[in-house]
Design a protein around this ligand. Structure first.
Ligand code: LLP
Length: 435
């Protein structure tokens, strides 16, 4: 019934209903309505602990697991990450503000972004954010001014483009030479910025960061990036006697969205990366920097599902059957942007045979607003509840109010209990910024 590889937290009860975190989705829909994001706390926590334990085995205490908050951010997820004693990465003043307002320790925040504004940098420095990941020279200039103004020492990682081409959707590749992110190793771009940083008394150069892309299913590009970064770090020590205390290798660990798709073998990938790092350490005879990783999707992706109600079924004879649901690209823009695949089930008819082909459409005024095209489902009728699996990452965080559709609520489930963690927007909310 649930032919997925990664259905941790999901099951089917005797009534043929999908159950998540011990909660029957029929009950959740009755209480909270649709569309509805549901997140399973146990799955999130187990992924956090998996990364922490794996890194501990590989690096002792010399590591950081940093949750990439862009994947899914609200106060409740920050609470979970804080409980697990992890760090958090933010990429805008808004993400930073959310994390700070959730009482997260500022020293455990990494601030990313290829165009941080002066005000955003000021907010970070004023609040003693632990690490600023510097992306470009203009940013460094602003940071220097702010550091002097507040008389603070800023801990810096330099973002490097390692020149690794990860095999993923072109929109979410970031490590190749032609990318808006970071400094390249070519033309000594990265080296020159390092030489500038170490001259400033308000800066403390901790090390380097790279992130090669997202939803990567193969460990080879991670290994390549680690090798290139360690080689750079080794040469800095050898040629300039500059020490590196932290190497942050970013996120990008791919998950499986479909029953026949294998997720990245995270353990194998991290082991292979460690092997390369150790080889380079030997080669250059240097100390191992603290190794950090920044998983986002693989922590929350599989923990989440989205529930919709079917509003109509339109059979176009000889062409296609459209099943329209009460959400769409507003709560999950990943199909229209990346053509992303998802597994959809009829959540209260889980025991029925999947012998019809239908296209599941959203309610926005766009023909491209689909959840999935031509997928196998059981016979679907008006009023049915559909569940889209693996929507925990980059769905709520990328949701919009297109067509003035209010954003859906988010419910957290755990051991048969459920609680609202983000309220559904109301029509009233939609007009709050209009003058
Ligand atoms: N670190 C940095 C610097 C990043 O830019 C990202 C993702 C991550 C970590 C986390 O990557 P993850 O482990 O989640 O793959 N909206 C796209 C994904 C964009 C990812 C952006 N950066 C999507 O829906 O597929």
């Amino acid at each position: 019934m649930l032919e997925m590889e990664n259905t941790e937290g999901l099951s089917v009860n005797d009534d043929g209903h999908l159950v998540i975190g011990g909660c029957d989705v029929a009950d959740l829909v009755k209480i909270y309505g649709t569309p509805l994001y549901v997140m399973d706390e146990e799955v999130i926590i187990s992924m956090c602990r998996f990364y922490i334990n794996t890194m501990k085995k590989l690096y002792g205490d010399n590591f950081n697991v940093i949750y990439a908050s862009k994947a899914f951010l609200c106060k409740e997820i920050v609470r979970i990450i804080k409980n697990e004693k992890m760090c958090i990465d933010v990429v805008s003043g808004g993400e930073l503000y959310t994390v700070l307002k959730s009482d997260f320790p500022a020293e455990k925040i990494y601030f990313h972004g290829n165009n941080k504004s002066f005000a955003e940098l000021e907010l970070a420095v004023k609040n003693n954010v632990g690490t600023i990941v510097v992306d470009n020279e203009d940013e460094l200039r602003n940071l220097s001014e702010i550091a002097q103004k507040f008389n603070k020492i800023i801990k810096i990682l330099v973002r490097v483009r390692p020149g690794v081409d990860a095999h993923t959707h072109s929109f979410i590749k970031t490590g190749q030479i032609d990318s808006k992110f970071g400094f390249s190793l070519e033309n000594d771009e990265a080296l020159n910025i390092v030489l500038k940083i170490i001259k400033e008394k308000n800066f403390q150069l901790n090390g380097f960061h790279c992130h090669i892309g997202s939803q990567i299913l193969d460990s080879a590009p991670f290994v390549k990036a680690a090798e290139i970064m360690m080689n750079f770090i080794g040469c800095l020590k050898k040629d300039f006697n500059i020490n590196t205390y932290e190497l942050n290798l970013g996120g990008g660990f791919g998950i499986s969205y479909l029953p026949d798709e294998k997720h990245l073998d995270y353990t194998e990938c991290l082991k292979n990366v460690q092997k390369t790092i150790l080889e380079q350490i030997d080669k250059f005879n240097i100390n191992c920097p603290k190794i950090s990783i920044e998983p986002g999707r693989s922590i929350v992706g599989q923990a989440g599902i989205t529930l919709y109600k079917v509003g109509n079924v339109k059979e176009i004879k000889g062409v296609r059957t459209y099943v329209s649901v009460d959400g769409g690209m507003t709560d999950n823009p990943r199909y229209i942007i990346y053509g992303s695949a998802y597994y959809v089930v009829n959540a209260l008819k889980m025991k029925e045979k999947r012998n019809c082909i239908v296209t599941i459409a959203g309610k926005c005024c766009e023909s491209g607003d689909l959840i999935q095209k031509d997928v196998k489902m059981c016979k679907t009728e008006v009023g049915d509840i559909l569940a889209v699996l693996c929507t925990g990452a980059y769905n709520y965080s990328m949701a919009s109010n297109y067509n003035k559709i209010p954003k859906a609520a988010v419910v957290m489930v755990k051991n048969g209990k459920h609680r609202l963690i983000v309220k559904r927007q109301t029509l009233y909310d939609l007009l709050q910024y209009d003058i």
